[in-house]
Design a protein around this ligand. Structure first.
Ligand SMILES: *[C@@H]1O[C@H](CO)[C@@H](O)[C@H](O)[C@H]1NC(C)=O
Ligand SMILES: *[C@@H]1O[C@H](CO)[C@@H](O)[C@H](O)[C@H]1NC(C)=O
Length: 220
């Protein structure tokens, strides 16, 4: 009797958090482009343009991204390392300025269970096409749309629109050239300048290198 009751209790507990619609493979890397328009309250609109190499290691709970971020015509090179196993984030600007800040819990790269299925479509046409499944969800007031490959759940596109903390946000992300695995795990190792880096609660990232990204598919 007991052996039947216990699994039932566990099952109903698990049901309160709906299972993700789908998750990526545990380790992958690729290239993410971002174009965003951000309007802080009472200020001028800022256009952000970024292209980052992204590395995701769900097994060891680490995410890294590096590449140029252009904000209002000014470009800085950003290297972001999130080590959730140590709950530490490193932000390295132009290879010479490192700050450390705390991180919350690791969130696997999944389409959450409470996302709404928007539909299926494909990129391309008759000669070649890529089936996509799109979902919609609200995360911290922002409307998030994500398109993933119908097979494999690889992220393809993501659109984040709305207003949060008095800031109007419209962001478009595209993911390309994704490969399984992480070729060089040293991308998760912070450079030596981070050994003595200051620890801040509120790291001031260049707009676009973080912004409202945490609402979407990755927590970058
Ligand atoms: C590093 O960045 C912080 C925060 O933006 C800034 O206060 C500091 O002056 C910078 N340090 C260097 C060496 O550029
Ligand atoms: C994507 O892959 C193609 C084909 O291998 C390559 O030519 C291109 O440079 C890659 N682009 C990026 C942004 O990684």
């Amino acid at each position: 009797m007991i052996s039947i009751v216990v699994p039932l209790i566990l099952a109903s507990f698990a049901a309160t958090q709906p299972a993700p619609k789908c998750c990526t493979v545990d380790q992958w890397e690729g290239f993410e482009s971002e174009v965003a328009g951000v309007v802080p309250q009472g200020q001028q609109a800022v256009v952000i343009d970024a292209g980052m190499a992204v590395h995701y290691d769900g097994t060891n709970q680490k995410i890294a991204a590096e590449g140029p971020v252009t904000t209002g015509g000014q470009t800085v090179n950003v290297n972001l390392i999130q080590d959730y196993s140590k709950k530490l984030q490193y932000v390295i600007i132009n290879s010479n300025n490192c700050t450390k800040s705390p991180l919350g819990n690791f969130k696997k790269a999944c389409v959450p269970g409470d996302a709404t299925l928007m539909g299926n479509y494909y990129f391309g046409g008759k000669a070649q096409n890529l089936p996509i499944t799109a979902y919609q969800m609200i995360v911290q007031n922002l409307q998030v749309q994500v398109g993933v490959t119908s097979i494999g759940c690889y992220p393809v596109e993501e659109i984040i629109v709305g207003q949060t903390g008095g800031v109007d946000v419209s962001e478009v992300f595209n993911f390309v050239n994704i490969t399984d695995g992480v070729k060089d795990p040293s991308v998760f190792t912070p450079p030596a300048i981070c050994d003595t880096a200051p620890f801040t609660q509120n790291v001031q990232l260049p707009p676009g290198s973080k912004m409202f990204r945490g609402r979407g598919f990755l927590t970058l």
